[in-house]
Design a protein around this ligand. Structure first.
Ligand code: TYD
Length: 213
């Protein structure tokens, strides 16, 4: 029996990946495509505990390696508890952020050597996604959207990462572009600065043609 495919959604803060993932999931369900949705950090119960620590914007300062290991702890849990079982039972998995986020945020933006991140990923048997969509928007527009979203949810206007300076977000964005150049077959970019529905049409086409191909 063919296994499912792992499809990951990446991008800077406020790039729209979570909204597009949600709409795509509804569309796939309506068209009878078996899949599950997970997210990192926080796709499992233990992951939610780790997420609360990671994203606590008033929490204690932390060494970049401590942060890296917490994201990996969350990923190992999600992989073994949610992602692998779903793929093995023939479901596709849509994952809101995954290992490329670690490479872009902890690697490119925080400055952790990519060799260390790659070695740990290999030792921990982190699966490589089959398809990765990177959502792109201008950084100030993305940060404004994130601020607006947080306000609507009654949260602090800036989360831990949204508080970082523009240079940090630039490094994340450039990190994604650099990583994508190394594996052009796996990556697709979707610009979300315009109409939502237009970008969603593009997302559906990319995923449909990938699953059919
Ligand atoms: P989240 O609220 O999910 O942000 P968004 O809705 O923008 O995706 O918070 C996840 C944050 O964690 C986000 O700022 C990116 C960061 N992150 C990393 O730094 N490394 C990682 O490996 C992952 C998965 C996320």
């Amino acid at each position: 029996m063919p296994g499912g495919k792992l499809i990951t959604f990446e991008g800077i803060e406020g790039s729209g990946k979570t909204s597009h993932l949600g709409r795509l999931s509804c569309y796939l369900a309506e068209t009878g495509v078996r899949h599950i949705v997970t997210r990192e950090p926080g796709g499992t119960q233990f992951g939610q505990e780790i997420r609360a620590v990671l994203l606590n914007s008033s929490g204690a300062s932390r060494h970049p390696y401590s942060e890296l290991l917490l994201y990996l702890a969350d990923r190992v849990q999600d992989l073994n508890e949610v992602i692998r079982p779903a793929l093995e039972s023939g479901n596709h998995v849509l994952c809101d952020r995954y290992h490329d986020a670690t490479r872009a945020y902890q690697g490119f933006a925080r400055g952790i050597p990519s060799g260390l991140i790659d070695t740990l990923a290999k030792k921990l048997q982190i699966l490589t996604p089959d398809l990765t969509l990177v959502f792109e928007v201008d950084i100030p527009q993305g940060l404004e959207r994130a601020r607006h979203r947080n306000l609507q949810k009654g949260q602090e206007t800036q989360g831990r990462f949204e508080k970082e300076d523009l240079d940090f977000h630039r490094r994340v964005q450039q990190g994604y572009r650099f990583i994508a150049e190394l594996e052009p077959k796996r990556f697709r970019f979707v610009n979300t600065s315009g109409e939502f529905d237009q970008a969603q049409t593009q997302v559906r086409e990319i995923v449909r043609s990938f699953l059919e191909g």
